[in-house]
Write a protein that binds this ligand. Sequence first.
Ligand SMILES: Cc1cc2nc3c(=O)[nH]c(=O)nc-3n(C[C@H](O)[C@H](O)[C@H](O)COP(=O)(O)OP(=O)(O)OC[C@H]3O[C@@H](n4cnc5c(N)ncnc54)[C@H](O)[C@@H]3O)c2cc1C
Length: 537
Amino acid sequence: MPDAEQTDVVIIGAGPVGLALAIELGQRNIRCLVIERNDRVGLSPRAKTTNVRTREHLRRWGIAEKLREASRLPPDYPSDIIFTTRLNGPLLAKITNAMNCDPRRNDLYSESAQWIPQYVLEEVMRAHAVTLPSVEIRFGSTYVDAVQDECRVTITVLCNLTGEQQSIRSAYVVGADGSRSNVRETIGAKMEGTHALAQNYNVQFRAPELAKLNPHGRAIMYWIINNEIPSVMGPMDDEEHWYFVAPRIADTSDLDPKDLIRRATNLDFEMEILGTSPWAAHSLIADKYSEDRIFLAGDACHLHPPFGGYGMNMGIADGVDLGWKLAAVLQGWGGPGLLDTYEIERRSVHQMVIDEAVANYNALGNHLTLPGLEEPGSVGDATRCEAGDVIFAAKLREFKTLGVVLGYRYDNSPIIVPDGTAPPVPHAMIYRPSAFPGCLAPHIWLGDGTSLYDHFGPGFTLLASGEEGADALARAEESAKARNFPLKTLQPRDSRLGRRYMAKFALIRPDQHVAWRGDVLPEDLDTLFDCVTGENC
Ligand SMILES: Cc1cc2nc3c(=O)[nH]c(=O)nc-3n(C[C@H](O)[C@H](O)[C@H](O)COP(=O)(O)OP(=O)(O)OC[C@H]3O[C@@H](n4cnc5c(N)ncnc54)[C@H](O)[C@@H]3O)c2cc1C
């Protein structure tokens, strides 16, 4: 074999998680090589919601607008969820502004969510990643295995075209290689939980007439509530291309997709089946996320049903968390304990999201139906009214997720400095901004129309929320410079900041979470900087 190629980080898998990590590293000039066995990104139609937090990351990377432009649905397309007995049946319930896709400004966040297929997001991320000089994506290459010693990892990669094997050496390897992760096997990690909760069946189809025949008007999801064919459907890229999901199907081997869709819609229209895919829903989490220099991220270490739209989005957040930490260590300002905090911080979030997703998956169209739901007349009307209440009670939490999406925190982490105050009470649906250490930094829109986040630096940001403190900020800048700690200081002079942050100063991490807050900067700033960079944990 020829001499091994060298890089800093090898990422296995150019799915959304591998691409997110490559961008985090590439934006910090860290050399990374992404190995992808397919010849392009975006092969399968899976996630459709890019949530508020993921879009905030896209904004930080400078590509949020690109994703908006990539949508073939009009910007005012409503992100409503319609519940009905059949697509042409009576309305049972309607949830508006699901997932916070409404593009109007909201002080709670810098970007609204977006209904857009995962394959479009992946293509936008890929196109951006390859503009970063330190990032290379190598398609048509399959990861085979890895060996590691104290200083590096050597992986073997197979070129799909020539069958040749190649060695690549790097300081770190990250397995973002999805649910059947080979990297997970390499490190001997086991998935724990419940395999195959149930089988499900997806169909993609083209039906140019369907939007006109649909009596409910525009929405992103139509939940079909009945015992015969409980299902979910909606527009995919535009109003011609649709997805259809029949969850919890006992046997997917002999299904006629056209028949399923006709029964769910109760409409007669021309349709072209573009693809079908059976898939299993799991509730699994890896027993370890790393071994020495090899890490797992995304579906490789956590899997749950896609109800609630968390999987891809949570995986992208893994890439963000691991990305800045790997960069910190490689650039020499991250301490020896920093990389261990990746699992500490992310595992509790994954566990919480798995519980949410499984609960959502246990409330499907057949669980929400009532006897006589499709009966005509006033008796049926009364039943449908009652079903509406049942649906709201069971499903609102699945589509009003801001408390989960923005409200998770890392206060169990050794690189977060507790301030002795009581933590905010978590709520799945309601996000209450808080600068309690470990929380996402509270957002505001500033007077000049920019987002507070637009002013944060690529490293840490020391935010002064009041008028005073210029001397303290100068002192912090000096201390940071003396020890190569990447720090930007910021004093936006907006009176709302003091109320939002409840402290005169807050130290914000590269991923926009609060690492420390206080009214007075510590005399010994080195101790603070040591703690938040994992130097002494
Ligand atoms: C039907 C469905 C609907 C979903 N809806 C949502 C949703 O609305 N919102 C949401 O957030 N999530 C959703 N998800 C989940 C989401 O699709 C996944 O969580 C996400 O794709 C995980 O990204 P990943 O990068 O970790 O893995 P993947 O997307 O699986 O990417 C892994 C990549 O690694 C490559 N690879 C694997 N092995 C090797 C190897 N040996 N060598 C080289 N390359 C390799 C693969 O080719 C692939 O490109 C849904 C999933 C399904 C099935």
